[in-house]
Structure formats: structure tokens, C-alpha cells
Ligand binder design. Sequence first.
Ligand SMILES: Nc1ncnc2c1ncn2[C@@H]1O[C@H](COP(=O)(O)OP(=O)(O)OP(=O)(O)O)[C@@H](O)[C@H]1O
Ligand SMILES: [Mg+2]
Length: 259
Amino acid sequence: MLVFEGLFAGYGGGDILKGVDLVIEEGSVTCVVGPNGAGKSTLMKVVSGLLHPRVGKLEFQGQSIAKATPRQILKAGIVQIMQARNLFTELTVRENVELGAFLIKDSSVVAKRLDEVCDMFPIVAQRAKDRAGALSGGQQRMVEFARALMMDPVLVALDEPSMGLEPRSAQIIYDSIATMNKNGRTVLLVEQNVRAGLSLASHGVVMEAGRVRLEGTGAEVLANPQMRALYLGGTIEEGQGVASSTGVGAGAPAFGNGS
Ligand SMILES: Nc1ncnc2c1ncn2[C@@H]1O[C@H](COP(=O)(O)OP(=O)(O)OP(=O)(O)O)[C@@H](O)[C@H]1O
Ligand SMILES: [Mg+2]
């Protein structure tokens, strides 16, 4: 569904993504993990069109989106929830959610979608008229999810959706991600809580220094001893990267926050 091939991108001071090769399968939950500064958010910015690749292939449903604008990408069916919270705190909850549908002209469609997201996230109906800024962090995340779903996306890209949330709120977020996926949406997830993220994922990806270093099922990546080195400050040796799913061993990784 989404294909990266030899992709390089950066912010002007040199490349941050240094040859990313990655395939996101339709219907999957792909979880990307990796140390701070690995380029995970940069990868997400490329997906949403906020940053264009310098070279390399980026295709969505068989079409290049390497030069597409954020609006074109949104219209194509990719919605992103950014790492930083980004609700309009002075607008109401409902106004924020309705903004998610700003590209939809038909008000009956907007009304119908609003009903659907209220079913999924009751907080949107319960606090509809409250200032978004008056909600807790976890509640604001729910509103962001609701807003993202107003476009009825086929691919949802989430950059650290559980960041700053206590375990119970984080669990609600993980459950919502699973539900989105069950409803047919492909999910690309960046998650700092390695254990929770990879447990949720059908496909796990480890990024380091702007490249994909390990891939496999979520469970395989979680069980990979190289992950341990990475999260204890080491690096994955060149040549061992992009390990096949057969190259993984057992052993309990000593990272992650548990879940
Ligand atoms: N707007 C920007 N301008 C210049 N450099 C940037 C910008 N955003 C990120 N970078 C740099 O790109 C590198 C990768 O950052 P990125 O945010 O992609 O990492 P990350 O893997 O998401 O890390 P984290 O786990 O901390 O969120 C870092 O060295 C960072 O300083
Ligand atoms: Mg990041």
C-alpha cells in the first residue's frame, strides 16, 4: 500500500533519512521503533507531505506521492496524528473534530461521520461544547483520533500517540488503534513504548540513524536480542540490519516499560 525505496530526506543540513526501504502492507499495523533522533518523526513527515524526499521512491497505492502536498495526501486517504498535541485549544471539542472534515463539502457526510466518531469516542459527544484545552491529555488524544477519522482515511499514521499518557489512557489509545485496524484501516505507528507497540503490530520495524535496521513480525522484533543492544545504547552492526524473520532468537529483552 505504501512503499519506500532508497528514500533520502532531511531539513537542509544533510540527510536524516539515509536510504529507507520499507513496505507497509494493506491491512497491517506496522510499528516503527528506534532511539531518539533515529528519524521516525521525519519518516512520518515524509508520509504526510510536510517534507519531500530528496531522492528515492515513495508510492501510495501504486502512485508516487513523493512530490504531493499535504492536502493531496490527505485527499488520497492518509491521515496523520502528529507527535505533539495539536488541537486548537480555544475551539470547542466539536469544532476541532469538524475541522478534520474541512475537505468534505457535503454537510450530510460530515454529520454522518461525526455520529460515527462520537460512537467510537464518546468523549466527543460528552464534551462537545467544552474548550478542547480544558480536556486532559488523554482526552485530547481521543479528540485528535476522532478528528483524524473524519476523513475516513485508509491509512492512519500515528507518531507516538501514547506519549505522556498514564497506562490506562495509553491502553485506551492502543485499543482504539486495534479497532481502527479491525475496521479496515492500515496503521503506521511510531511508538516509544516498544513492548506495547510491537505487541499490537503485525509488522515491526526498528529504525536507527535514518535507516531500517531490523524487520519482522511484531513478536519477532520484540524477541530479537539485537534490540537489547540498541536500547542499551549500542548499535546494530552493519550487515545484520534488515534481518529476516528467521534470524531472530529467544531471550527476554531488557527494554520497554512493560504494559
Ligand atoms: N525541523 C527540523 N529541522 C532540522 N532538523 C530536524 C528537524 N526535525 C528533526 N530534526 C533532526 O532530525 C533528526 C531526527 O529527528 P526525528 O524527530 O525524526 O527523530 P525521532 O526518531 O522521531 O526521535 P524521537 O524518538 O525523539 O521522537 C534529529 O537529529 C533532529 O535533530
Ligand atoms: Mg519523533
